[in-house]
Design a binder for this molecule. Structure first.
Ligand SMILES: [Zn+2]
Length: 242
């Protein structure tokens, strides 16, 4: 039975490593998704602002065209004013000039407002574009590191699983079945060391009589509190396996 206990101690150490490796590997896809999401969010923000800017640029072009039309109308009215042959013609041309000047003034003030908005939005788009390139570069680097890490950890897991398979093959079948059952039900830890009468995993005390039995190491025992298989932590014969 002592040999079986030694095997379990080694198996548990290996399973703990495997458990930690799997945890390290399994958080990587989530982190990769976070990176993509952050990039996507910034890209959407950039696209929204760019679309607003495009609209404003269109409005600016429209208003510039309107201004050109008003100026052309003003020039024609001024020509008519110069060539007017009657007071009526003169007054009509003059009224059109006044009207044109008012329209131009209104349009210019609107144009100025649009130009200010364009300028502010151009700055915003440019800053967002800068932020996006920085984020994309940092993401690319981190993504590369994460993918490499994932690959390495995954290979390490495969190698360790082969070793684990060989070791598990030496454990008594019924005992291995118990061990694996407890391991799956207890967060990957099926075997607990008992040090100075206390289970080091659940931190509950073992009755003195049971602790004495445990120290004899001639049978496999369970923690009365957490039900994990237990061994005596201070056993010199087991320390070399840790
Ligand atoms: Zn326990």
């Amino acid at each position: 039975m002592f040999d079986q206990l030694r095997l379990l101690v080694r198996l548990q150490a290996m399973d703990k490593t495997l458990f930690d490796l799997a945890q390290e590997r399994d958080v990587i896809p989530g982190r990769l998704a976070d990176l993509t999401q952050a990039e996507q969010a910034l890209q959407n923000e950039l696209a929204t602002h760019q679309a607003q800017l495009d609209l404003l640029l269109k409005r600016r072009a429209d208003q510039e065209e309107i201004a050109d039309n008003i100026r052309a109308r003003l020039r024609r009215a001024e020509n008519r004013l110069m060539g007017s042959k009657s007071t009526k013609e003169y007054q009509a041309a003059n009224a059109e000039i006044d009207d044109g000047k008012d329209s131009l003034k209104d349009n210019d003030s609107q144009l100025l407002e649009v130009m200010e908005q364009v300028e502010a939005l151009e700055q915003k788009v440019s800053a967002l574009g800068q932020r996006f390139s920085e984020l994309a570069a940092a993401s690319k680097e981190e993504r590369g590191q994460l993918e490499e890490r994932y690959h390495n950890v995954d290979s390490e897991i495969s190698r360790s699983q082969n070793k684990r398979q060989k070791l598990a093959g030496q454990v008594d079948k019924a005992l291995l079945k118990d061990y694996d059952f407890i391991r799956q039900a207890r967060d990957g830890v099926a075997l607990a060391a008992v040090s100075e009468g206390v289970c080091t995993v659940c931190h509950m005390g073992i009755p003195p009589q049971q602790f004495n039995e445990l120290q004899r190491m001639d049978k496999i025992m369970s923690c009365p509190s957490c039900r994990r298989l237990i061994y005596w932590a201070e056993a010199e014969q087991l320390k070399q396996d840790l």
